[in-house]
Design a protein around this ligand. Structure first.
Ligand code: AMP
Length: 420
């Protein structure tokens, strides 16, 4: 039997209501903050991500779905969205029409990670990017938006972690200090962290290895070495969050190693989802547009994992199952009337009613069962004595009331069905 690929998931009809519910909250919240939706292709040239995410990151070095297409171009399924959004902004010169562009997206992403609960190979993210301003209020806005969305979904067990990694110049100074500290422990670092020591030393903070974490627990922290400009930026972010009543804690170990990341980094985690507890993450990336050969535009953004958020919602029981209803089920009790019933259904659907009928020539009883299964508000019986006398029998399923409706008077049927 052919099965879905490991790490991918079908979203079946009985789960869709949760996705739509979440998406609706995402769209309405972001629209209130005046973010505009953007959709970019599922795949891009590999070099966009190599440059836009960074060769030394786990995503680029081990997780991308990369292949050569038939013309020999290296293609990658998008593992995240920021690089694509910045590419689109540059490609369409959107920064010329508007100095600050605010985008949001909802999209599948692809990373070849080890699948486990809350970690997939095709997963979905929503997120936002604001490109064109270095204003710390926008850093705060990102955190406020993400937090608002999670709150609107009913989630409670959240913690917001923030940090500042300052600007690259002050970071260089700090990296020297960190290198000096780690020199003494180099031999005890994990294999991966030894590599990071040379390529991207800040990322040793991200290591999940116990031996690394022990060493990093006493490492000097970047926040203690921030310059005045970076400190002021960070203060403004914190003030805006306090005023917006977003509770947060400072996590000095929340770093991103690459030079085009600046100032704020943040993460929102949930204690309701197990090991993969990060629901969303984001930060400022003032050097990215230039890195992608665009104008030197500052930017800030976040991305949130939909599967993980829905898992948290499930575990906290925050989304009610939606009872879907249809307006009418047409019960056809004579085979030769099935086309009549079909044509009637087509007509009623044109009047914006949701209508189902029997396609399997089932018995009257089985059709009534179907009507119940679909939570139909009404059933309409086509056939029998009444039909020969020119009538259809409409039954209100909530109170059992029956009304005869003339076959000639479909408008009457429509007006009853339209009454909600
Ligand atoms: P990132 O783009 O790595 O900063 O991730 C942002 C968010 O996307 C994370 O906080 C997760 O909620 C989600 N996410 C990242 N990778 C995966 C994955 N492999 N499976 C499911 N969700 C993911």
């Amino acid at each position: 039997m052919i099965k879905a690929i490991t790490g991918t998931k079908d979203i079946l009809p009985d789960e869709i209501y949760k996705w739509r519910y979440l998406e609706e909250i995402v769209i309405t919240t972001l629209t209130k903050f005046n973010y505009k939706e953007i959709r970019t292709p599922i795949f891009e040239e590999t070099k966009l991500f190599a440059r836009g995410i960074g060769e030394t990151t786990d995503i680029v070095s081990k997780e991308m779905y990369t292949f050569l297409d038939r013309s020999g171009t290296s293609i990658t399924l998008k593992p995240e969205m920021t690089a694509s959004v910045v590419r689109a902004l540059i490609e369409h010169s959107l920064f010329k029409k508007q100095s600050l562009n605010k985008f949001f997206y909802i999209s599948p992403m692809f990373r070849q990670e080890r699948p486990q609960a809350g970690r997939l190979r095709q997963f979905h993210q929503f997120g936002a990017e604001a490109i064109g301003s270095n204003n710390p209020l926008l850093d705060a806005e990102m955190i406020i938006i993400a937090y608002n969305i999670l709150k609107k979904l009913g989630l409670k067990n959240l913690s917001v972690k923030i940090n500042s990694i300052g600007v690259p110049q002050s970071r260089e100074n700090y990296k020297k200090i960190l290198r000096e500290y780690l020199n003494d422990y180099y031999n005890d670092l994990s294999h991966d962290s030894k590599k990071r020591f040379d390529t991207n030393i800040l990322r040793i903070f991200d290591s999940k290895e116990e031996q690394d974490q022990k060493i990093m627990a006493n490492a000097p922290l970047l926040v203690e070495y921030l310059d005045d400009v970076s400190l002021e930026h960070f203060e403004k972010v914190k003030r805006a969050l306090l005023n917006a009543h977003v509770p947060f804690e400072i996590d000095a170990k929340l770093v991103r190693g690459l030079d085009y990341y600046t100032h704020t980094t943040f993460e929102i985690i949930s204690s309701s989802v197990g090991a993969q507890s990060a629901l969303c993450g984001g930060g400022r990336y003032n050097g990215l547009s230039k890195e992608l050969e665009g104008p030197d535009l500052p930017g800030v953004g976040f991305a949130a994992g939909i599967e993980r958020i829905l898992l948290a919602c499930e575990n906290e029981n925050t989304i009610n199952t939606e009872e879907e209803k249809i307006d009418l089920y047409i019960v056809t009790i004579e085979k030769n009337l099935s086309e009549f019933a079909f044509n009637l259904a087509v007509k009623l659907r044109e009047s914006n009613l949701s209508v189902e009928l029997d396609y399997l020539e089932r018995s009257l009883k089985a059709q009534m069962r179907e009507a119940n299964k679909f939570n139909s508000r009404y059933t309409l019986i086509v056939g029998g004595e009444e039909f020969r006398n020119g009538y259809l029998v409409l039954k209100n399923m909530s109170n059992g009331e029956q009304t005869n409706i003339s076959v000639e008077d479909i408008n009457k049927l429509i007006s009853i069905l339209m009454e909600k």
